[in-house]
Design a protein around this ligand. Structure first.
Ligand code: XMP
Length: 318
C-alpha cells in the first residue's frame, strides 16, 4: 500500500541517483505543488537545488515577503525576485482577459529565464507537475505550462525550457501531495492554502490594471480571507477571493454623496475546480465583512456576494 513516508523515502533516493552532483532550478509559486516538489528535491540534493520565487506584483497582500520568509525558514536555497514593475508596466492599458494572461505568461518566462541564467551550469528544471496536470496537459483554464506553450510556439524556446525536466510529483493526486507534504512537516497553512491562479489578481481586476486597483483589491481580499480564517470558515471553502468590478456606484458617507468602486466576494465549494457551487456563508459573516471592507478600504462603497455556480459561471470572473 502507498504511504507518504515510503513515497518520500523512495523518491528522495531516486532523485539522488538521477541528479547526482547536478544543479536543479525550480520556480516556486507559494502553492502546494511547487512547495512540496522543492522540499523533496531539497531533501535529496540540498543546496544544488536553486529555487526562484517571482513577485509579479499581483499576489495577495504581503504574500511575497511572508512566503519568501517561510521558504527561507524551511532551509530552501531560494531567491526572491521582485519583478512587480516589469509585470505591471507590461500590463498597462490592457483590458482583455486572455491578453492579460499572455502578457503575464510572457513576462514570467523572461524574468525566469534571466534568473535561470544566473545559476551557472544548471542541468535540470524541477517542476511541481501533478498527475491531473499530466492528463490534461494543456488545460482549458491554462495552467503555467499552457501559458508557456501559447507564448513560445512562435520563436525559439527560452533556455531554461531546454533543461532536462524532473517532476517528482508527476504520479500523485492533490490529496496525496498534501499527505506527502504533511509527512515532511510542511506547515498546515501552506498545505491547506486555497488554489490561486497564476495570473493572480490580474484576472480579478476586471478591465485594465493599475497599481491603485491592485492595492485596493489586496486590502479587500485580505479582509475577506483573514475573516474566513478567523471565523473558522477557510477550510470549509475550496477557493475564495474578491473581484474588483469596473463599476462605480453612488453611496453616502456622512453628509457626502460618494461615487466609488464595487467589489464582489466569491467563495466556492469544489473538488477539482471543474464544477463548483457558491458557498452559503453565514449572513453574520457577510455583514461583518462588508462593513469592514467599506469602512477600511478607501475607494470602495459597495460589496456584493456572487451566488453563481459553475457551470455556467466560472470561478474566476475573467
Ligand atoms: P475557472 O475560472 O475556469 O477556474 O472556473 C477554475 C480554476 O482554475 C483557476 N484559474 C487559473 N489558474 N491560470 C491558473 O494558473 C489561469 O489563467 C487560471 N484561470 C483560472 C481558478 O482560480 C480556479 O481555481
Amino acid at each position: 500500500t502507498w504511504t507518504p513516508d515510503a513515497f518520500v523515502e523512495a523518491t528522495v533516493a531516486e532523485l539522488k541517483e538521477k541528479i547526482g552532483k547536478d544543479k536543479v532550478i525550480l520556480g516556486l509559486s507559494g502553492g502546494v505543488d511547487s512547495t512540496v516538489a522543492a522540499v523533496l528535491l531539497h531533501k535529496a540534493i540540498g543546496k544544488q537545488l536553486h529555487c526562484i520565487f517571482v513577485n509579479n506584483g499581483l499576489l495577495r497582500k504581503n504574500e511575497f515577503t511572508e512566503v519568501l520568509d517561510q521558504y527561507e525558514h524551511m532551509g530552501l536555497n531560494v531567491k526572491g525576485v521582485d519583478a512587480s514593475a516589469r509585470f505591471l508596466n507590461a500590463l498597462e492599458g490592457e483590458s482583455d482577459p486572455e491578453k492579460k494572461r499572455k502578457i503575464i505568461g510572457g513576462v514570467f518566462i523572461d524574468v525566469f529565464d534571466d534568473e535561470a541564467h544566473k545559476v551557472e551550469d544548471a542541468k535540470w528544471l524541477g517542476q511541481g507537475t501533478i498527475y491531473p496536470d499530466v492528463i490534461e496537459s494543456v488545460s482549458a483554464t491554462g495552467g503555467p505550462s499552457a501559458t508557456i506553450k501559447s507564448h513560445h510556439n512562435v520563436g525559439g524556446l527560452p533556455d531554461f525550457m531546454k533543461l532536462k525536466v524532473v517532476e517528482p510529483l508527476k504520479m500523485l493526486f492533490k490529496d496525496e501531495v498534501r499527505r506527502v507534504g504533511a509527512s515532511m512537516d510542511l506547515e498546515p497553512e501552506r498545505l491547506g492554502r486555497h488554489p490561486f491562479p497564476g495570473p493572480g489578481l490580474a484576472i480579478r481586476i476586471l478591465g485594465d490594471i493599475t497599481r491603485e486597483k491592485v492595492a485596493i483589491l489586496q486590502e479587500v481580499d485580505a479582509i475577506f480571507i483573514n475573516g474566513l480564517k478567523e471565523w473558522g470558515l477557510y477550510d470549509q471553502v475550496w477557493q475564495a477571493g474578491a473581484i474588483l468590478l469596473p463599476v462605480q456606484s453612488v453611496g453616502v458617507m456622512g453628509d457626502e454623496r460618494t461615487y466609488e468602486k464595487c467589489v464582489a466576494l466569491r467563495a466556492v465549494e469544489s473538488t477539482d475546480g471543474m464544477t463548483a457551487d457558491w458557498v452559503n456563508l453565514p449572513y453574520e459573516f457577510l455583514q461583518k465583512t462588508s462593513n469592514d471592507i467599506i469602512n477600511k478600504v478607501p475607494g470602495v462603497n459597495r460589496v456584493v456576494y456572487d451566488i453563481s455556480s459553475k457551470p455556467p459561471a466560472t470561478i474566476e470572473w475573467e
